[in-house]
Design a protein around this ligand. Structure first.
Ligand code: BES
Ligand code: ZN
Ligand code: ZN
Length: 494
């Protein structure tokens, strides 16, 4: 998709689809439109009464140069409603596809709104809506993709170059999100731990500032990452710890560590899950997909800090070799863990990865993303993810980041009383603390594997896929976390 930025008061346009994004009470004639179209708009706008959720009106015009008009009304005037513009992007994509055109023009006539933010949000909503996962649709390859071109028309050319820059950045971010979605959408038989590692290698092959290293087999055994390895034991798929390093090239750069849960399929293992919706557990590597999506964007955005990403990838299956409830495992950091329920596998691989990353890379901050608990889904549904940290500045950065990208977060308590249920009679710690406050006791378990680094845990189980509440991200993997972490990285640099 190509984007351009022009003004709406010069030159006559020819377009397969004209989009007008405006306030419901706005009256204006646009020099770029034929008189007849201006007249149509003038009569249509006062008549429209879009109620409730409806913000779009699609009309066939009797005009040869501009056959279709899409009106999108924006209700608030307070400049604080970017989600409305992402939704506008969804409508633009929907009707752009419907008219099967190549070119569309989008007039944005909204005094009091920041034009860069509006163009960014519309572009973001459009690019995320235009995504589909078609790798396994036999007829998808036959459909030729039309190369579409959208021209934004603003009142003045004043912001043209900054808007263009913002759009370029959003294209990079959306590419990262959509890549994360593709990884997470791939089924467990295709996206095995080693297939994930292979993809990561090939994505960053041509970027000299990004190094990829894959640890597997004997190497993981000699490192004694036994909690991670225990989870993988029931599966024939080889587990892998995928490490991605981005070097900013700056001396004394701060270092951020990103860790993503990479369970390519979670059957629950010996504590097997019920059959209903078990297919959704192919998304159990959405945390790692988000981390990889972030790095993909980072490779183009080149922020001024170093980043190390670590992805423990494994499959959780039952078999004669699988780990079992009651087993006691010595983790990488020496802690002995009593296994309670093999379906709580995510915290085991994260525990070893957190302590490994902290020891080996000594980062300034650690952030982990994981589809960790059903409990967080019961708490928030798909409205936000839970964030867990005792570090006030990380919590503040994440709240600010979430406000900017509308990937919402809610801070959960980390009181030490929640560690009590993890006491074990036979080992240093139990890995499950009963059914109450499940997402919090899971976070408290992880906390014991971090010694001193400021750390935040994001439980994204409710927001990783099938976001019913977001028009522009409805089906399949959402890529949740990519925009949030990129926005957080921006906050860190400010
Ligand atoms: N992958 C699941 C969590 C999950 C649930 C992700 C729903 C996405 C949607 C995780 O490994 C799991 O099974 N957790 C158990 C832990 C329990 C056994 C303590 C859970 O939350 O039920
Ligand atoms: Zn599980
Ligand atoms: Zn899981």
């Amino acid at each position: 998709m190509k984007f351009s930025v022009k003004t709406f008061d010069t030159g006559n346009i020819t377009s397969d689809l004209l989009i007008l994004v405006t306030y419901p009470d706005s009256h204006h004639t646009y020099n770029c439109l034929p008189d007849a179209v201006n007249a149509d708009i003038k009569t249509i706008i006062p008549q429209i009464n879009l109620s409730g959720d409806e913000k779009d009106l699609f009309i066939s015009l009797n005009n040869s140069t501009i056959p279709y008009l899409l009106l999108i009304t924006i209700n608030h005037h307070d400049g604080n409603n970017l989600e409305d513009f992402r939704e506008a992007g969804f409508y633009i994509n929907k009707y752009f596809e419907k008219v099967k055109g190549k070119s569309a023009h989008c007039i944005v006539n909204l005094p009091n709104q920041n034009p860069e933010d509006v163009a960014s949000a519309i572009t973001e909503g459009l690019l995320l809506s235009a995504y589909s996962f078609s790798e396994f649709k036999s007829d998808a390859k036959k459909k030729s993709k039309i190369n579409r071109h959208l021209t934004y028309l603003f009142k003045t050319s004043e912001y043209r170059s900054t808007i263009t820059k913002h759009i370029k950045k959003i294209q990079i971010i959306a590419t990262g999100v959509n890549y994360a979605r593709t990884l997470a959408n791939r089924p467990g038989n295709v996206l095995t731990p080693l297939a994930l590692a292979k993809d990561v290698r090939s994505v960053f092959r041509d970027d000299p500032s990004i190094d990829v290293e894959v640890l597997q087999g004997k190497k993981l055994e000699s490192l004694k990452m036994n909690a991670f390895l225990a989870v993988a034991k029931g599966s024939d798929q080889t587990p892998a710890l995928i490490i991605i390093k981005y070097k900013s090239g700056l001396k004394k750069a701060k270092k951020l560590a990103l860790i993503g849960k990479g369970i390519t399929f979670d059957s629950g293992g010996i504590s097997i899950k019920p059959a209903g919706k078990m297919e959704e557990m192919k998304y159990d590597m959405a945390g790692s997909a988000a981390v990889i999506g972030v790095l993909k964007a980072i490779s183009a955005l080149r922020p001024k800090l170093d980043i190390v990403a670590a992805i423990p990838a494994a499959e959780n299956l039952p078999s004669g070799k699988a780990y079992k409830p009651g087993d006691i495992i010595r983790a990488f950091n020496g802690t002995t863990i009593e296994i309670i329920n093999t379906d709580a596998e995510g915290r085991l691989l994260l525990a070893d990865t957190l302590s490994f990353v902290e020891k080996k890379f000594r980062p300034d901050w650690m952030v982990d993303l994981a589809t960790l608990t059903g409990s967080i889904v019961s708490t928030f549904g798909d409205q936000c993810c839970g964030i867990f940290s005792k570090d006030d500045s990380l919590l503040k950065y994440f709240h600010q980041a979430a406000d900017k990208c509308d990937e919402r977060v809610w801070a959960m308590p980390m009181w030490d009383e929640y560690k009590k249920p993890l006491e074990s009679k036979v080992a240093d710690i139990k890995h499950v603390g009963g059914k109450d406050a499940g997402s919090i006791t899971a976070a408290k378990f992880l906390e014991t594997f971090v010694t001193k680094t400021p750390w935040i845990h994001l439980d994204i189980a409710g927001t990783a896929y099938d976001l019913k509440s977001k028009k522009y991200l409805k089906e399949g993997a959402s890529g949740f976390g990519v925009r949030l972490v990129l926005s957080f990285i921006e906050e860190l640099q400010n």
